[in-house]
Design a binder for this molecule. Structure first.
Ligand SMILES: [Zn+2]
Length: 429
């Protein structure tokens, strides 16, 4: 008996240190290490170079969630304690670079540079930071490594944009176990602050009227940074309209008119540094239809369009939960965003390569045909409906319709809703 007990204890001790063993206080201290990088390349090649290292006052994440358990995103950042070689932090994310890499320009081999930022809690000791990117077969490949010593005097600590006021829109407690949303204004001039406040109020009503955000409202904090632009409105290249808007939002991103992104990453991060955040929303003072959302980077939305409530919640789904577009009939900027025969990493679309092991299989009721016919018998069941991810064939969505499928305030489908709730849990538990 005694022998048996000893054996069990030995076996337990022999198990390699699991990710969960890392205690925040052993490796990290307050604040955030921000690594600003230039990411240059084409469809075929890419390089990174350091721009700046910055110590910011806030890291908005959950100290109990040092490791990414979601496995979403085109990239993953891993951080290792240099002395022990233990992995101490990881985060999946997407970049504008990886979307751009599927465009004609990138495929033709014309290089471009994008500014990107890595954020992590401030390490106490030297760390190795490693970036892996999924290749076309979805296999992670190492694309960059960097060693940072937190004692390095080159790490800057200055505050930028301290002049902007911060308004608390929704406050449910400490940022450590809440989803902290930072809303940044773009294209609002100094006379439009009241309009900005009204717009944000309106959007947050739509947001918290939408499930699962409605039931999980207490898990969110929302702060508005009243970042004022010199000029009203944002850039509209197809009309040769260029405005001096602070955060650089522009329509026609990746040559798609309705796609509104900003390439002014540095300014966005400088402004956002005023508050602890998990996710950034960039609100453009514009009437023209447009928006965008990149996982773990930001969501963008226009302020004054009949579809703005849909855009706000749809793009937030991309940025926060890594959801894919389920629609397939609209023009997009990409060439083969989802290569044939490869299962996408997004939680709400599938290539259905293994019908016995569908990623949302536990939500499909027995007897439901797969693929699922898109007919009147199957309007409210979870299945696999052909047509998703910009492709009418070969990719499947979980439901007849969804906020990620249809333009309008239709509910998120059960699978998207579950994916969003899983992400809320990740941030809050
Ligand atoms: Zn969905």
């Amino acid at each position: 008996m005694r022998f048996l007990t000893t054996l069990i204890i030995t076996l337990v001790l022999a198990v390699p240190a699991a990710a969960g063993d890392i205690e925040f206080d052993d490796y990290f201290t307050e604040g955030c290490l921000r690594v600003d990088l230039y990411h240059t390349g084409t469809a075929e090649s890419e390089t990174y170079a350091v721009d700046e290292l910055i110590r910011e006052p806030h890291w908005g994440g959950n100290p109990k969630r040092l490791f990414d358990t979601m496995n979403l995103g085109s990239h993953i950042m891993r951080v290792y304690d240099l002395e022990t070689n233990r992995e101490i932090f990881s985060r999946g994310y997407c970049s504008i670079f990886s979307e751009w890499a599927t465009t004609d320009e990138a495929i033709e081999g014309i290089p471009r540079t994008f500014h990107e930022t890595l954020l992590m809690p401030m390490p106490k000791r030297p760390v190795q930071i490693r970036i892996d990117r999924r290749d076309r077969k979805n296999i992670f490949r190492n694309v960059y490594d960097l060693v940072v010593n937190p004692a390095d005097y080159h790490i800057m600590t200055e505050t930028r944009f301290s002049r902007f006021r911060v308004r608390s829109i929704e406050n449910n407690g400490s940022s450590a176990n809440k989803v902290d949303i930072a809303i940044l204004a773009d294209g609002y001039d100094k006379d439009e602050i009241h309009k900005l406040r009204d717009d944000v109020k309106r959007f947050m009503k739509v947001f918290f009227d939408t499930e699962p955000y409605a039931s999980r409202r207490r898990d969110f904090n929302v702060k508005l940074i009243e970042s004022i632009s010199a000029e009203s409105g944002v850039d509209n290249p197809r009309k040769s309209v260029y405005r001096n808007n602070l955060l650089g939002l522009s329509f026609n991103s990746l040559e798609l008119d309705r796609y509104m992104l900003s390439l002014s990453n540095k300014t966005i991060k400088d402004v956002a540094a005023k508050v602890p955040y998990d996710i950034i929303i960039l609100l453009a003072n514009e009437e023209k239809y447009g928006g965008g959302g990149i996982f773990n980077l930001y969501a963008t939305c226009i302020s004054d369009n009949e579809h703005d409530g849909y855009i706000f919640t749809h793009e937030f789904g991309h940025a926060f939960a890594g959801l894919a577009d389920e629609y397939y009939s609209s023009e997009v900027a990409y060439n083969e965003m989802y290569p044939r025969g490869i299962e996408p990493w997004e939680p709400n679309i599938t290539a259905l390569l293994d019908p016995e092991n569908i990623k949302w299989g536990d939500m499909i009721e027995e007897g439901t045909p797969v693929p699922t016919p898109d007919d009147s018998l199957h309007t409210d069941v979870v299945g696999c409906f052909e047509g998703a991810g910009y492709s009418a064939e070969g990719l499947y969505r979980p439901y007849h319709t969804c906020r990620m499928f249809e333009k309008g305030l239709v509910d998120f489908c059960p699978v998207c809703r579950k994916a969003i709730e899983d992400m809320i849990d990740f941030h809050t538990r």
